[in-house]
Design a protein around this ligand. Structure first.
Ligand SMILES: *Cc1c(COP(=O)(O)O)cnc(C)c1O
Length: 485
């Protein structure tokens, strides 16, 4: 087959190198509403807009790569979780606290959004705790997680008076108790238990024993005796410096339905009932963690917050009824489901290269001015993304493309498979959606590349328009800690 004939065939049927889930787009300008929140659109000239502001203007002002968030989308998604869960659990007589998982994307500005929308915040290190406090989050609305918290981190949390420390081991229960006593305070704690349920995307696995670093297992040891989780309840109950509020679990990430959460809730509530019976410990709270999935590509089909909340409420109510206990105060910890779809990354296209991979099948490599330093997820987890031409409308048909970064690694992929216009050229602005979670947070200076700035766009409120919320790194920033020469 000639190259031209192969090109024609690929336009009709798709490139044989493309994964089965990837469809050939009918309209290269279309923004899949499952992936792009309503805050992203196209203007009359065919340019991608964020809150009405053209993406190429944002790049003109702040350069690329550029992280752009729709503050409206972030706040709306935060409210959707807050309201959906509150409404689903209200008929059960239970209140719900939503803790935004700060590790997905946290800056002082984000803390303000979260605070103003009535959510709490989860932190997982002394650094995240410092950002939450600096951002003005009331300490009682902050939680501290971690499987290896330092004494300094625990002291900082206790001195600040944060709402809860999620304890992760028997040794840590001892340590938190000792440090609280030393400060003359009572530490509010939750126990992280591993319920033997791992969920990811469409499936969950239920096991008895867990082979992971987090939490305390619900499974009794083979030689009999109490499970580590039950021992933890006993230890917390026995220590007057600890105020045990309840049990916590987190079963995975990018989860699309409520089945796994339901089974985890059943198991954890059963432990709470056993604790009440054995030690008289009343556990008024249940935290089911985060992990609510989002659409990165057309292959993902997440359920709306309302559907998950209703399904979960049904399962928690059934479990409580079966055990004859009250429905506890519920907490959830969504991270990516709030921050992920709210952000996108803008890149400028550089080198284009078409590689003959097999007879009749070629792949176009599109190099952009960022890569694994601003989005480590494809390298770290094999994560898939998609992309669109952002600065102008397409003038030609779709070509299977792989968007790659500028780093010295052949695995430096941003978007593994996407159809982009054949007329894509150096200087075009490309937008990758759903990069709001775990991209900026995981960014690095690999190859001494400075980290990009973060811009937030708001259409409502007192400050409509686009503004910088984190400036980009400069060469001086890169060299600031280098003590040589
Ligand atoms: C990572 C994490 C979350 C958030 O996960 P998402 O997938 O971003 O929702 C919540 N709770 C705990 C304990 C976590 O470790």
């Amino acid at each position: 087959m000639s190259a031209a004939a192969a090109g024609d065939a690929q336009r009709r049927t798709g490139n044989p190198l493309a994964p089965a889930w990837l469809s050939v787009p009918q309209d290269l300008a279309a923004l899949d509403p499952a992936i792009w929140p309503e805050d992203f659109g196209r203007d009359a000239a065919g340019r991608l807009t964020v809150g009405g502001i053209p993406a190429d203007e944002l790049v003109g002002r702040w350069g690329s790569p550029l992280y752009v968030y729709s503050e409206d989308a972030f706040r709306r998604r935060a409210r959707q979780f807050r309201d959906a869960f509150a409404e689903a659990f209200a008929p059960l007589g239970a209140e719900v606290s939503v803790y935004y998982a700060g590790k997905s994307f946290l800056t002082t500005e984000v803390v303000r959004w979260v605070r103003e929308e009535g959510l709490n915040v989860d932190t997982a290190s002394g650094g995240e705790l410092a950002v939450a406090l600096r951002g003005g989050m009331p300490p009682e609305r902050i939680a501290l997680h971690g499987n290896n918290k330092s004494a300094a981190e625990i002291v900082r949390a206790l001195e600040a008076g944060i709402g809860r420390i999620v304890v992760d081991s028997l040794a840590e229960i001892e340590l938190v108790g000792r440090l609280a006593r030393g400060l003359g305070v009572v530490a509010p704690v939750m126990i992280r238990v591993t319920p033997g349920v791992h969920a990811s995307t469409h499936e969950f696995i239920a096991t008895a024993h867990e082979d992971q670093k987090f939490g305390l297992s619900l499974a009794a040891p083979e030689d009999g005796g109490d499970s580590p989780a039950l021992q933890a309840v006993a230890a917390c109950t026995a220590d007057p410096a600890l105020d045990l509020r309840g049990l916590h679990c987190h079963i995975g990430s990018q989860i699309f339905d409520a089945e796994g959460f339901g089974l985890a809730a059943e198991r954890v509530l059963a432990l709470a009932a056993e604790a009440a019976e054995r030690f008289g410990t009343e556990l008024p709270e249940l935290d089911l963690g985060g992990g609510y999935g989002i659409a990165y590509t057309e292959a993902d089909d997440p359920r709306p917050a309302r559907e998950i909340a209703e399904s979960l409420a049904g399962k928690v109510a059934a479990a409580a009824r079966a055990l004859g206990t009250a429905v506890p105060h519920l907490s959830i910890e969504p991270g990516r489901a709030i921050s992920g779809p709210s952000g996108c990354t803008l890149y400028t296209v550089g080198t284009l290269k078409t590689v003959a991979v097999e007879p009749g099948a070629q792949r176009r490599y599109v190099s952009v001015d960022g890569g694994m330093s601003d989005n480590a997820r494809p390298v770290l987890y094999g994560a898939d993304y998609t992309a669109v031409l952002a600065g102008r409308p397409a003038a030609a048909g779709p070509v299977l493309s792989r968007v790659v970064g500028k780093h010295c690694e052949s695995g430096d992929v941003v978007v593994r498979d996407v159809y982009l216009p054949e007329d894509l050229a150096a200087g075009d602005v490309l937008a990758v959606p759903a990069t709001g979670a775990y991209c900026w947070a995981l960014s690095s200076n690999y190859n001494w590349v400075p980290r990009p700035p973060v811009v937030a766009v708001r259409t409502e409120g007192e400050q409509p328009g686009a503004r910088l919320i984190v400036r980009g790194e400069t060469e001086d920033d890169l060299l600031a800690r280098d003590l040589g020469a």
